[in-house]
Write a new protein. Structure first.
Lengths: 266, 285
């Protein structure tokens, strides 16, 4: 085991905006003209931007389980991406301590032309695992995804259920200190859901910090110790899950037994 | 069902990103990107090999198709141009083989580099990876292609029995310089093309023009008096530092100086552009 620093997320006054290079505004001509003539420069500076996050402040420490709720386009996924270091802040500061695994794309880096085993190896390399750990990863994933004979066949011939299982098994095979999870992770076919949920809960128990973006009120109430309601890139409410969800949904949420506390490190 | 309990080596486990960083921070972040990217050489190597394998999936000869098409090109063009230019076949064909093999590498590298980041949009938007990784993947992939193509040169040497002799070793520092430049070019074009979508067509026409003006298919001696000026063409000077020793001629100090100067300029420009825009690339995809 490597010596690990304790996990932490500190977000101070973070704003993220996306420049909209509409039409042909993204061309060299516009850039050239904007540097040549003064008026165009003013136009270029006043370019249209979409403010995805506006002045977010957030502090998370080991044991924190944060649920992000809010409508589409509220900035939940952008906030997850900012925490994962994919989008660097336009203003403010993002500091994340500890290994991160961001479950954002179900088929992250998966190549349909490669066999299941090759995809597992590839993901192992993306995770920075050594050869031994990759073998362990292959066993664990193959067992969970029930691929058996298909493991050495190209993913392109898998049934859609098998692809989902493989993607899910791969993404959840490695336990980070900070787990960032987008909502799609809780969607899936019913027969697979119970098993997937058990695996996910097992993973979530073991991480120091969880940030979960979800539409599902019961998952947020059950898994999280804190919830944030995001609205138009801002934090609209912040507090215990049941209270925040009640404000967000406009109706009381029935409390569920919380998930068992994280297992002691060791 | 046990999860593997480590994800990244712990020294990389702190992420600290500020808006409007000072240049010192930008340089540090760019340096770290470079080191992390090259540090994942196993992943780079695997990805590059998979690219090649998938491109030639189901084909019997695989990447050797590259070799064959280059060989056919050399044979066809070699005979024709030797007659057109009134040159000795035995002298011209090795020259043409070397030129085309090196130019094929450069051409493929440049066109791949233009989509270095845009082609990996999905990956870049779902996981933080060093950008150098994508650039290095392109360099390795094309380097493997170059190695396959090199067989054409060897066959030409054997058939015409024109071995370059011990001086060929001097092509190695030139090739090393090519690799450094290839990585720089890949990062630079990848970043610039992600932001400005007009650049790839411009680059394509520059490459086409450069092919004809850089003494790839014609020999520099054919210029007569004016051939010293060719050294100032960056494509020519860089081509010559590898091709010269393999043809048994030592490039002049002017050519070597120009090759080094242009390489330095490319690396410095790339460094500053990359340090400046690295954090913005994800927003441009």
């Amino acid at each position: 085991m490597t010596q690990q620093t304790s996990a932490a997320i500190d977000i101070e006054g973070v704003s993220i905006s996306f420049p909209l290079y509409h039409g042909n505004a993204r061309s060299l001509k516009k850039t050239m003209f904007s540097t040549v003539t003064g008026r165009m420069a003013a136009d270029a500076r006043n370019r249209v931007v979409v403010e995805a996050l506006r002045g977010i402040d957030l502090r998370l420490r080991p044991g924190d389980r944060l649920g992000l709720v809010g409508g589409n386009g509220a900035g939940k996924t952008t906030l997850l991406r900012a925490m994962a270091g994919i989008y660097e802040p336009v203003t403010g500061r993002v500091r994340v301590q500890g290994s991160i695994n961001a479950l954002l794309d179900p088929n992250l880096g998966m190549n349909p032309e490669l066999t299941g085993r090759e995809n597992i190896m590839l993901r192992g390399l993306y995770f920075g695992l050594d050869r031994r750990a990759i073998e362990g990863l292959a066993e664990d994933v193959a067992a969970f995804a029930e691929l058996t004979d298909f493991l050495d066949l190209p993913v392109r011939i898998y049934s859609s259920g098998m692809v989902v299982r493989l993607g899910f098994a791969l993404a959840t095979a490695v336990r980070p200190q900070v787990l960032l999870m987008d909502e799609w992770f809780l969607a899936g076919d019913a027969s697979f859901m119970d098993k997937a949920r058990a695996r996910l809960e097992n993973l979530v128990r073991g991480v120091d910090i969880l940030v979960l973006s979800s539409h599902l009120a019961d998952v947020v109430v059950q898994w999280c110790t804190r919830a944030i309601w995001m609205d138009q890139g801002r934090i609209r409410a912040d507090g215990p899950p049941a209270e925040v969800l009640e404000q967000y949904l406009g109706k009381p949420v029935h409390p569920l037994p919380p998930l068992a506390p994280p297992a002691p490190a060791g | 069902m046990t999860a593997l309990s480590h994800l990244q080596p712990s020294e990389h486990a702190v992420l600290d990103l500020s808006a409007n960083p000072r240049w010192a921070d930008r340089h540090r972040a760019a340096w770290r990107d470079l080191c992390d990217g090259l540090g994942q050489w196993r992943l780079v190597w695997t990805l590059a090999w998979l690219d090649i394998r998938l491109r030639y999936r189901g084909s019997m000869l695989g990447p050797f198709w590259l070799t064959i098409s280059t060989g056919a090109m050399v044979a066809a063009m070699g005979v024709l141009y030797a007659v057109l230019f009134r040159l000795e076949l035995r002298d011209y064909i090795p020259f043409l083989a070397l030129s085309l093999v090196l130019w094929n590498f450069l051409g493929a590298l440049v066109s791949d580099s233009c989509v270095a980041f845009t082609a990996n949009e999905g990956l870049i938007r779902s996981v933080r990876m060093p950008f150098t990784l994508y650039a290095a993947r392109i360099v390795v992939r094309n380097g493997v292609g170059l190695a396959h193509n090199a067989a054409v040169v060897v066959v030409v040497y054997v058939v015409l029995w024109t071995w370059p002799g011990g001086m060929a070793v001097l092509a190695l520092p030139g090739l090393a310089l090519w690799l450094v430049n290839a990585l720089a070019l890949s990062l630079l074009l990848g970043a610039v093309c992600a932001r400005l979508h007009d650049i790839p067509p411009i680059v394509a026409s520059i490459m086409q023009m450069a092919f004809f003006v850089s003494a790839v298919i014609w020999k520099p001696e054919q210029l007569g008096e004016g051939q010293w000026a060719l050294a100032f063409n960056p494509f020519f000077s860089l081509l010559e530092i590898v091709r010269g020793p393999l043809m048994g001629t030592l490039p002049s100090p002017l050519i070597v100086g120009c090759a080094l100067g242009y390489s330095l300029a490319l690396c410095v420009v790339t460094w500053f552009v990359f340090a400046r825009v690295r954090g913005r690339i994800a927003f441009w995809l």
